[in-house]
Design a protein around this ligand. Structure first.
Ligand code: ATP
Ligand code: MG
Length: 411
């Protein structure tokens, strides 16, 4: 049998990779909590319609990236490609549409059938927030400020730039759509096949095309600003004013549209030049129509998602695990006493391990090898006196400490 490998586009998280991953998720969880967001954990697979109805049939995700299959009962299910649709489904099925606002944080795996490359995987992980209920532009700015604070706490804010745009309201959208159709229809012969489909169904989607040929045509396409209604333009101006109020630097980029269909008004991305082609680390916007698509009442909402792997790659290094204390018993009687010492250390929140094997020298070598900060050596004479030798491996000092004092000494 050939050696088994992880499935294409998946990866194991071990050691430094796991620590980076954990640090990103924990930092985000902590900062989102400081903004009043609570974590929701929704299923990793959903009824396929949760995504196919809402993400838009012309989006890349629905057109070619979903892991969809029939389960043994004949139901079509899909491994979630993103988090927002599931959260909105959960809002409706848990009867929370009348208990607004809901401020949701999530973290977990997402699945997309993509061509794997650096920063692009088939199973990847996202953190995200959804601020459901408020229709005010202040909410858009606050959601973005929360994301900015997370990037700052991770030490990657200086490597990223916030780019914002507006997708307007329905009326602006319709006017802009006509302008885009006129423009792209004039360049039809040069558009990719996917974009020809988009031209019929959702021309704005072409602006997000990754196809090289499309990109050059997109570069000359009209921007939305001249088509904005007064209300949409005011909304956009207010978002910018609040961002300034929150102290979040930004740059306007009229080319930003979101990869998924359910957005209106604010769209934004935090981008970096440090990850090659996979330059977007955090992305989101306002999606006032999604909850209604899920069968709930029309409910305004704004949110974002960020790729944990991409953030982890931008980060300098993850904080290392705390150095342990190693308990070293010498002899059988000492081993029995060592168990009590070990558990007292752990109960005090100290990372403590026991060297199981070999003579004193081997056990001390083992303690050094795992980077211990101290050893607690228990010999028969010491036990009789009710003490252990506590050795600080950084200073080399050693002294006898009464059993009851050991945890406090090493805290
Ligand atoms: P891209 O333009 O890179 O394909 P997207 O628009 O499909 O991104 P979103 O759906 O907005 O991405 O997802 C939000 C974030 O999740 C992205 O900015 C990125 O950091 C991360 N992400 C998306 N797809 C992947 C993937 N296949 N592998 C790793 N991270 C991903
Ligand atoms: Mg994508």
């Amino acid at each position: 049998m050939t050696e088994l490998q992880p499935a294409r586009g998946t990866h194991d998280l071990i050691g430094e990779d796991q620590r980076r991953h954990h640090h990103v998720a924990e930092t985000a969880r902590r900062i989102a909590a400081s903004y009043g967001f609570d974590e929701w954990i929704t299923p990793i697979f959903e009824d396929t319609r949760v995504f196919s109805r809402t993400l838009g049939e012309t989006s890349d995700v629905v057109m070619k990236e979903m892991y969809t299959f029939e389960d043994r009962g004949g139901d079509s299910v899909t491994l979630r490609p993103e988090g927002t649709a599931g959260v909105c489904r959960a809002l409706v099925t848990n009867g929370l549409t009348q208990s607004l606002p809901q401020k949701v944080f999530y973290a977990g795996p997402m699945f997309r059938y993509e061509r794997p490359q650096k920063g692009r995987y088939r199973q990847f992980h996202q953190i995200g927030i959804e601020l459901i209920g408020p229709s005010e532009p202040l909410a858009d700015a606050e959601a973005i400020a929360c994301g900015w604070d997370i990037l700052k706490a991770l030490g990657v804010a200086d490597d990223t730039v916030l780019e914002i745009n507006t997708l307007g309201d329905k009326e602006s959208h319709a006017a802009y759509r006509d302008a885009l159709i006129a423009y792209f229809a004039a360049h039809q012969d040069k558009l990719s096949k996917d974009s020809l489909t988009r031209l019929e169904r959702n021309p704005m989607r072409i602006l997000d095309s990754k196809d090289e040929g499309d990109r050059s045509i997109v570069a000359g396409a009209p921007t939305i600003e001249p088509y904005l209604t007064e209300a949409a333009a005011t909304f956009y101006a207010q978002v910018q004013a609040y961002l300034t109020g929150f102290g979040v630097p930004f740059r306007k980029n009229p080319r930003i549209v979101r990869g998924l269909d359910y957005y209106g008004h604010t769209a934004f991305e935090f981008v970096t030049s440090k990850l090659g082609a996979q330059g977007t680390v955090m992305a989101g916007g306002r999606y006032d129509g999604l909850v209604a698509e899920m069968g709930g009442p029309r409910t305004p909402a704004v949110g974002w998602a960020a790729g944990i792997e991409r953030l982890g790659m931008l980060m300098d290094a993850a904080p290392p695990p705390p150095a342990p204390v190693v308990v070293v018993p010498i002899g059988e009687a000492a081993e029995a006493a060592a168990l009590g010492v070990l558990q007292a250390l752990r109960a005090a929140g100290i990372r403590a391990e026991m060297a199981y094997r070999g003579n004193l020298r081997r056990r001390m070598e083992r303690a050094n090898k795992i980077g211990a900060r101290a050893t607690v050596i228990l010999g028969d004479d010491d036990i009789a006196a009710g003490v252990a030798q506590v050795k600080d491996l950084r200073t080399g000092t050693q002294d006898a400490v009464a059993f009851a004092e050991i945890a406090a000494r090493l805290a």
